[in-house]
Design a protein around this ligand. Structure first.
Ligand SMILES: [Zn+2]
Length: 229
């Protein structure tokens, strides 16, 4: 169903929990109280040296990193992110972004973020899907942290699958060249929050991070919806 019809439909029919399908008493909350309370939160925002930060040691220097959820195959988080990406539930990204940003605000580890930069999609892929699901999430974080959303700084210029036959170093070299900086002089000496939906191997983050760190004085932090430890 197109988004606009969905919105009209939702005005007349009560929404269902996106995880278990039970009817929601309060509209616009996406999940029932039970499913909401069962989501696997990491609480990384307040936790220095968390597993996400440790995963990047020796790869790229991160000031701080956090993820709202742990990613579990076939779990509620996978189901929700699938709906966000492929079923037009773009508001979910904003909901997750606000949630995570409020958690980040309660920690002093993410103070002074100047720019929020979403991991870009290749324009062709973005056109096919209709939107980059990371942008809503990133914009909600930027707004809450009073930072500037800059989806124009980092571009994805190649649209191909990474060859799994190559070793990690070669793969990273290839991946690094898939991303390019654009009109990025302003990010010199800035504290940047790089934002993605799901972090698994971290190779994409590493490639994007390497590009962003080409500018002097950049401090990099990281935020994602979900992380596979
Ligand atoms: Zn539910």
């Amino acid at each position: 169903m197109p988004n606009i019809l969905r919105n009209i439909f939702d005005l007349f029919f009560p929404e269902e929990c996106l995880n278990c399908g039970s009817l929601l008493e309060v509209q616009g909350k996406f999940l029932c109280i039970f499913c909401l309370s069962e989501l696997p939160l990491t609480h990384y925002s307040r936790q220095p040296k968390n597993q996400l930060e440790m995963a990047f040691i020796g790869r790229i220097p991160l000031k701080a990193a956090t993820s709202l959820f742990y990613f579990e195959r076939k779990g509620a988080v996978q189901k929700l992110i699938h709906q966000l990406k492929y079923q037009g539930k773009s508001d979910l990204g904003i909901f997750f972004g606000l949630w995570l940003a409020r958690e980040m605000e309660q920690s002093n580890r993410f103070e002074g973020i100047d720019f929020v930069i979403p991991v870009p999609m290749h324009p062709k892929k973005e056109k096919e899907r209709g939107y980059n699901q990371v942008i809503g999430f990133a914009s909600a974080i930027a707004k809450e942290l009073q930072a500037e959303l800059r989806p124009d700084v980092l571009l994805k210029v190649n649209n191909r699958k990474t060859q799994t036959s190559k070793n990690r170093f070669d793969r990273l070299k290839i991946l690094e060249n898939d991303y390019k900086l654009h009109s990025s002089d302003q990010i010199k000496n800035a504290h940047i929050l790089l934002v993605d939906d799901i972090i698994t191997s971290g190779a994409t983050i590493e490639a994007c991070g390497i590009q962003l760190m080409k500018h002097n004085g950049v401090q990099l932090s990281l935020a994602s919806m979900a992380f596979t430890p």
